[in-house]
Design a binder for this molecule. Structure first.
Ligand code: ADP
Ligand code: TRP
Length: 333
């Protein structure tokens, strides 16, 4: 299959501005993929309802994510850029896939177990069936590649299970098996700055955002957790320091990283210098996106036009899939 025939799809929830984790785990790959593949990128607003946003916040956040997609380089002429709730076909497929999704496998999903722990007062059915809705997003366009960060691996595995199971129950080949995708040989996990093994995340409250000013970035990086310093030449960096190196590897030139790694290995490193350099390099990376975002977010007409065009293209593809699905199930002849 040629790359142009390969369908790429991914989505991001409108739960706050995007951070470095979203950028390196997802958005940067979207931009690279759009030249050679048929791409669908969307804003997963249904998925964000599990935490009950106010209407004002939801509306505002959807527009901000749309502007961030554009600011980061998604070209609506090359990719289909749309809002999930503009494509009702997704909901019909969600209902149909719900019939072949087993409660046991949904209850065993790590993200569901995390949510039970984090929000015990709001364990709604939408949380349990979150992977079914995500599989519908993916399968509605019969996607092959899904660029996501490491944390979405298990959800992707379920989408593959549902594609296989649907094809087998209805003795058809409607759905290809979608694969999680990253450039390089592994899915990315950008760490937070709080010195733990956790990821940088919107809900984790440890994000460096694509909309942060140079000053915001500097403050956040200078506050990053470190350790008391290396004591032996050549020792392996502790987790908080490794996290800083991991981010540096993404945003800084390779010789900057090797400079500080060498200083660490020789026990001459000063964390203040490392952080200053890191903050500067993050800012250099983010500044052009932040500036474009500032212009685009004020252009309401552009945002509405992009959403309307995307909606039309996404619905055309979605309804073609649904037509086949309805046929193999037996609704139509
Ligand atoms: P968040 O997890 O910050 O709430 P989303 O759930 O909307 O954001 O994630 C959108 C995309 O960004 C997904 O593909 C997800 O895998 C990716 N992503 C989120 N956080 C990270 C991270 N720290 N490292 C790598 N990828 C990430
Ligand atoms: N679940 C994803 C996240 O939390 C967002 C998402 C929803 C998604 N539907 C998708 C990602 C389909 C890829 C494909 O990050």
């Amino acid at each position: 299959m040629s790359k142009q025939q390969e369908i790429v799809l991914s989505g991001i929830r409108p739960t706050g501005d995007l951070h470095l984790g979203n950028y390196f785990g997802a958005l940067r790959n979207f931009v690279q993929l759009q030249d050679a593949h048929t791409c669908y990128f969307f804003i997963a607003d249904y998925h964000s309802l599990t935490t009950h946003p106010t209407p004002e916040d939801l509306y505002k956040n959807v527009r901000r994510i749309m502007a961030l997609y554009l600011a980061a380089g998604i070209d609506p002429e090359k990719s289909t850029l749309y809002i999930q709730s503009d494509v009702p076909e997704v909901c019909e497929l969600y209902l149909l896939l719900g019939m072949i999704a087993y409660i046991g496998e949904l209850e065993r999903t790590a993200t569901f177990k995390d949510k039970i722990r984090l929000q015990p007062g709001n364990v709604n059915a939408g949380l349990l069936t979150y992977p079914v809705l995500m599989a519908s997003d993916i399968l509605i366009h019969r996607s092959h590649k899904v660029p996501v960060g490491k944390d979405q691996e298990q959800h992707l595995e379920l989408a593959r299970v549902y594609a296989r199971r649907f094809n087998s129950v209805y003795r058809c080949e409607v759905f290809p098996e979608p694969e999680a995708f990253a450039f390089g040989d592994h899915l990315v996990k950008v760490p937070g700055l709080n010195g733990t093994g956790g990821k940088m995340g919107k809900s984790e409250g440890n994000g460096i955002y694509l909309t942060d000013t140079a000053e915001d970035i500097r403050k956040k990086v200078m506050k990053a957790v470190t350790d008391a310093g290396p004591v032996e030449p050549g020792q392996t960096p502790s987790e908080p320091i490794q996290n800083l190196f991991t981010i540096m590897e993404l945003v800084s030139p390779p010789d900057t990283l090797s400079f500080f790694r060498k200083q660490y290995a020789e026990c001459t490193i000063r964390y203040g210098d490392l952080k200053k350099q890191l903050a500067e390099d993050i800012n250099l990376y983010i500044a052009p996106i932040r500036e474009r975002f500032g212009e685009i977010i004020r252009d309401s007409a552009l945002l509405s036009k992009v959403a309307a065009t995307g909606r039309e293209k996404a619905r055309a593809s979605a309804s073609a899939t649904l037509k086949e699905v309805r046929k193999v199930i037996g609704f139509e002849n």
